[in-house]
Design a protein around this ligand. Structure first.
Ligand code: A2P
Length: 323
């Protein structure tokens, strides 16, 4: 590609190398978006190689079409140059539905395998709830994490995904999973930004050899679970001004400097490019100190999964008090 193509640093995780900056595709409400394919293709042109989708985002077909088009255009020479993550939705969060769930994902993407398959949320929905959001609270049921994980392991053994992992898991749930798993989770994908720094979880994951991927590094503004608090943060604004960067770049750079991989969503051409420009400069120790003092506030609290008669009766219970 042209000279604007940026080589994104990678880290070795399990059997794969993960590009540390990835591209998110969730747009709420979850609908097939006209601009998704175009944005993904543009991102590939600029050098993004890591793409994140999920069964319930409805973005799998657009991502699949963009990948096919990128191959046709020669933007990438083979599918292996890409790192593709998708996630098992809660209505498939049952032992016997994991493999069919992945097969449906692969079919929508038009791919033979995923690089990473994640349990989206540590809770299940009755199978008849399908992929619709919002779902009914009566459909929320406890996840048999051990059984579902056996299904995930089966998917990896069959070669349908190179790695398996989880998303939105607390330290406590990871510990439980590690007790019985034959293949340990490679990744825990969680919310992380200067406003929700995840110090404890990151330390735990590092000890256990689990790679952390950050979602909503900009606070996912414009979604039902999102917040403006990252992009409106005064501390980040001051640092951005002093360095001649944007607030988004400061937030992304900070997340990157913590040694995790991160996913940022933009369907705007200028911002897709802006978000890539975080690799040739650093934050100073003073910047990092100021960021470490920012009051912490979680964006997505999982309120949709809290129900008096369900497995989690409070937000604290869902996150095992790590909230
Ligand atoms: P858009 O797609 O119009 O660029 P997150 O990655 O934390 O989920 O945040 C995604 C949200 O942040 C989207 O609303 C996206 O809008 C917006 N966004 C992405 N990149 C930037 C940026 N560089 N500056 C401002 N807003 C951004």
């Amino acid at each position: 590609m042209g000279s604007s193509n940026i080589d994104i640093p990678k880290v070795r995780v399990g059997s794969s190398s993960i590009p540390l900056l990835g591209f998110g595709t969730a747009v709420f409400p979850f609908v097939v978006s006209e601009t998704a394919k175009e944005s993904i293709l543009h991102a590939i042109k600029l050098g993004y190689r890591h793409f994140d989708t999920a069964a319930n985002y409805k973005s799998e077909p657009s991502l699949g079409e963009a990948i096919a088009e990128a191959l046709r255009l020669g933007l990438v020479t083979s599918r292996d140059e890409l790192f593709i993550t998708s996630k098992l939705w809660c209505s498939d969060g049952h032992r016997h539905r994991v493999l069919p769930g992945l097969q449906s994902t692969l079919q929508k993407l038009g791919l033979e395998y995923l690089d990473l398959f994640l349990i989206h949320v540590p809770v299940s929905l009755k199978p008849e709830a399908a992929y619709e959001v919002p779902f009914k609270e009566e459909d929320i049921v406890a996840m048999d994490i051990r059984g579902v994980w056996e299904g995930m392991e089966e998917c990896q053994r069959l070669g349908l995904t190179k790695n398996i992992g989880v998303s939105n898991f607390s330290c406590k749930k990871l510990d439980q999973l590690l007790l019985t798993s034959k293949i340990p989770p490679m990744v825990n994908q969680v919310e992380m930004s200067p406003l929700w720094q995840q110090s404890k979880l990151r330390e735990f994951c590092e000890k256990k050899g689990i790679h952390v991927t950050a979602y909503s590094p900009l606070g996912a503004r414009g979604t039902v679970w999102g917040t403006n608090q990252v992009l409106d943060c005064e501390v980040l604004k001051e640092i951005a001004e002093a360095r001649g960067k944007t607030v988004a770049q400061v937030a992304l750079r900070w997340v990157y400097e913590q040694g995790v991989s991160l996913l940022v969503k933009s369907f705007n051409k200028e911002r897709i490019k802006e978000n890539l420009e975080i690799f040739d400069w650093t934050l100073s120790p003073e910047d990092c100190h100021k960021i470490s003092q920012i009051p912490q506030q979680k964006g997505w609290d999982a309120i949709q999964f809290i129900w008096d008669e369900g497995p989690y009766k409070s937000i604290q219970e869902f996150w095992d008090e790590e909230v």
